[in-house]
Design a binder for this molecule. Structure first.
Ligand SMILES: Cc1cc2nc3c(=O)[nH]c(=O)nc-3n(C[C@H](O)[C@H](O)[C@H](O)COP(=O)(O)OP(=O)(O)OC[C@H]3O[C@@H](n4cnc5c(N)ncnc54)[C@H](O)[C@@H]3O)c2cc1C
Length: 450
């Protein structure tokens, strides 16, 4: 009898450097490559995320010679039915560590289905790097040191030969989600991930430490969405880094991704709740018209608005601006971080619950090893420093195209600033900064630090 295994793709939509896939192939004569479309997640995603996932699945199906099974519904029911239909003896996966995936896999295992787990979406699986007393790290720098000295495996090659079961009728429902023609998404799939990484190595990596803070410059790798869907493994990326300062800075950024995954693994509630509990007791405003202005890129602060418009138009935002707009929402509008995090999760194609929730909590001052709350970004000064000529702003806010570098960050200082119906400032930053500090003082007095 032929032995058959399911290989269940989740956050690893690639063939190369995929030890779990190699394990499935080594242990069976035929594999059934499977992606289960989770309707709960798909319904929550915005059109960018859905379109990107659809494109990535199409690419994966292409590299599997058309054998990818794509089925929507409950994982337990789908796995049970495939096991009995194809006489499956093993199910192989890479381990999941974020709360939703952990709960889903637990339910599968509790239903009596065994999952054979190999590897993870990280260079080092969350939970593995711990302090000498066995407790998890709460601070990034010592985590980075321990993570580096722990080390990781070298990448493995793609399988030479995959003998895969062809999908039956109704077993390949590749989603036809497409994007509106005005949206401009990056190409998806393993080949595109490898190409982008090669291009960045040639054209950007050596200058990464200098260029990474300027949103108007193509100075970052744009690997986030490829890593999110596992179109490339971080080990493959780390393996090609050298020892120069620029490479070291890049390695540190990959380590932030691993640190936040580790923090979330140990504190699963922090995907939605405050890491530092006392911040839950702060006075906040309900999301109202000002929140809507933030979402639509109509706050009257050009650096903030350009970023929010870029997010909605392209599904991506530069790291510098993620910090600026997050600080603006929490500290200028006094709105709780999770409202912003949810909006990001809808649009970002690199959406990652660990990096997103903890990126927000870092900026809001309530995360682990966070930026202190009293560090409040000035949206005008940030624009002057990181987009000095205003070219990035002009790209996303054509209404400000007539303004010079001197006024583009503060259109209200120029009588013609709002000529093309660009909105007035919805708040005064100087006033709101003080208000924020006053609210911080209140929780300092009444609530002890958690
Ligand atoms: C409020 C906020 C929300 C964020 N939400 C997400 C998210 O949903 N998904 C996500 O992948 N990143 C998130 N980040 C981190 C960071 O902004 C993005 O990883 C980065 O902008 C992606 O672009 P890039 O691939 O060109 O980054 P590069 O600068 O080229 O960095 C390379 C890779 O390192 C990792 N990385 C870089 N910076 C960080 C960081 N601060 N935290 C964690 N990983 C990092 C990412 O995997 C990134 O792709 C968030 C940051 C903030 C402040």
């Amino acid at each position: 009898m032929i032995s058959r295994s399911i290989f269940w793709f989740r956050r690893d939509l690639r063939l190369s450097d995929n030890p779990a896939l190699l394990n499935a192939i080594a242990n069976s004569q035929e594999i059934l490559p499977l992606f289960i479309m989770d309707n709960e997640i798909a319904n929550r995603a915005g059109s960018h995320r859905r379109a990107y996932l659809a494109a990535s699945l199409r690419a994966l199906n292409g590299s599997l010679g058309g054998s990818l099974h794509v089925i929507s519904g409950d994982p337990v029911a789908i796995l049970r039915s495939l096991i009995s239909k194809y006489d499956i003896s093993q199910i192989h996966v890479a381990s999941e560590f974020a709360p939703y995936g952990v709960a889903r896999d637990k339910r599968v295992v509790e239903s009596g289905i065994e999952l054979i787990r190999t590897g993870s979406p990280y260079a080092i699986a969350p939970g593995r790097v711990v302090k000498s007393d066995g407790t998890p790290y709460r601070v990034y720098t010592p985590f980075f040191r321990a993570w580096t000295s722990h080390g990781w495996r070298t990448p493995v090659a793609a399988p030479q030969n995959i003998k895969a079961i062809a999908p039956g009728k109704s077993e390949q429902r590749l989603p036809d989600w497409d994007i509106a023609s005005e949206l401009d998404l990056p190409p998806a799939g393993e080949e595109s991930a490898q190409k982008r990484w090669r291009d960045f190595q040639t054209n950007g990596l050596d200058n990464y430490d200098q260029a990474r803070n300027f949103p108007g410059v193509d100075g970052t790798s744009r690997m986030g969405h490829h890593l999110r869907w596992g179109e490339i493994h971080p080990r493959t990326i780390l393996d090609s880094l050298g020892g120069s300062p620029a490479h070291e800075v890049y390695r540190k950024e990959i380590a932030w991704r691993e640190f936040y995954a580790d923090v979330l693994y140990h504190n699963p509630h922090t995907s939605r709740d405050y890491y530092s509990k006392r911040f839950a007791g702060m006075r906040y405003e309900s999301p109202d018209g000002k929140f809507l202005a933030w979402c639509e890129g109509k706050t009257g602060f050009p650096f903030v608005d350009a970023a929010m418009r870029q997010l909605v138009e392209t599904g991506w935002m530069h790291n510098r601006l993620r910090m600026v707009v997050a600080s603006f929402l929490v500290k200028d509008l006094h709105i709780e971080w999770h409202h912003g995090a949810n909006f990001f999760m809808k649009y970002l194609i690199d959406n990652d619950v660990a990096s997103n929730s903890h990126g927000w909590q870092w900026t809001a001052g309530c995360g682990t090893d966070a930026s202190p709350y009293f560090r409040i970004f000035n949206p005008v000064e940030q624009g002057r420093k990181f987009d000095p000529e205003g070219d990035y702003i002009r790209k996303y806010i054509p209404e400000l195209g007539h303004l010079s570098a001197k006024y583009i960050h503060e259109p209200w200082q120029d009588p013609a600033g709002n000529r093309n119906s660009y909105p007035d400032r919805i708040v005064d930053h100087t006033v709101e900064r003080l208000e924020s500090l006053a609210r911080l003082a209140e929780i300092k007095v009444v609530t002890p630090e958690s």
